[in-house]
Each structure stands twice: as C-alpha cells, then as structure tokens.
Ligand binder design. Sequence first.
Ligand code: URA
Length: 218
Amino acid sequence: MNRLYHALQLKRLHQLKQIGFRYVPLVEKKTAPAATLPDDLKALEQIVSQCQLCALSKTRTKTVFGEGNPHAALMFVGEGPGAQEDMTGRPFVGRAGELLTKMIENVLEIPRSEVYIANIVKCRPPNNRVPTPEEAYTCLPYLQKQMELVAPRIVVALGATAYHYLTGDKSGITKVRGEVIDMGVYRLVPTYHPSYLLRNPSAKKEVYQDLLKIKGML
Ligand code: URA
C-alpha cells in the first residue's frame, strides 16, 4: 500500500466517522471456532439442545435457540432467556418480548416472523442475572454460527450485554445506542433492551428514533 492509498483510506474513514460510523475492534476469540459447528440451523439447534458446556445447562428447562426467518435481513440479539422463554423454548415471549414484537410490527412494519431473534446465551441465567463472561464466551460460537448462516445485513444489539459480546467494546449502551457500526459483513445498531424500556418508558422515544434509522437502512 502506498502513501496516497493510505491517505485516501484515512479520509474515507474520517468521512464515515462524521456520518455516525464507529470503529470497534473485532471480538477476541476466546472460544472454540464456530467453523467446527454444522452449516445448518436445524442441526445447530439440535446440538444446542444437548449442550452442557456451562453451568446454565444444569438449571435450564429448555434451551432457547432463536427463531425467525432463516434468511432474515434483520436480526435482533438479546441477552439471555427469561422465565417464559425457559419454559417455552422461544426467545422474547414474556413482557419484554411483547414490547419487542410491537417495536418490530408497529414501527418497522414487518411481521415478527420475518426477522430473526436470538440471544447471547441459550439458557436462562438463574434469577435473570447477567450471564458471566465464561457463560457468554462459551455460548458465543453458537450465535456466531447462527449469524453466519442467517447472514443478516443489519443486527440490532438489544442492550449492553449483546453489544459488549458482539463487539468486544465495553462502552455503556447509553453512549453507543443509535450508532451504526460497520462489522464487515453486517451493520450493527445498538439500542436499549426492551426490559429496560419497561422500567424506563421515557427511553422509548430514543428507541423509536433508532428503529426509524433501521427502517431507513432496510
Ligand atoms: N430477554 C432477553 O434478552 N432475551 C429473551 O429471549 C427474553 C428476554
């Protein structure tokens, strides 16, 4: 690469930064490579349903693999299953899920079944605590493989945990929400988690803005 090329690349990066893109280092690989997992969502789901790689497997009722259009352009990533999800094996079916469904169907104006929804961890953390780094990194290859197979153009990180494990960046969600982050094969938009919105309804207006931005990108 010559100096002119470097200078042009820097200029381009500067322009991207000015219109809202942020640079985020790729997540350090601390887990088994996703490449060893099957290239088929059904086969992957079967493996996840029998997973015993971390302590969450001991307390779960059902694994919550994820659901939606296997070729979705838009994917939502949450933190981990709650009580209802643990009982049913489906992501975002409790109160937070009802709100997420409204966000998708009423604001983005697409049926929930057209997007793909998954979580950082596939088993419920007891008392809905935040998954530990060990639990999250152990489970992450499943999500990475899911993302590789679904190949969405846009991924919405719902809350700080999803943002942190998708990017490796420890910034708070308040700081980064609404940004569009170029992750190479997809663009990541962090926003507040629906559970946070249930506790802080005044933050809904910011999420509404983020959703309008996503709608424009679709
Ligand atoms: N919260 C999450 O992060 N994921 C779910 O599936 C449900 C609630």
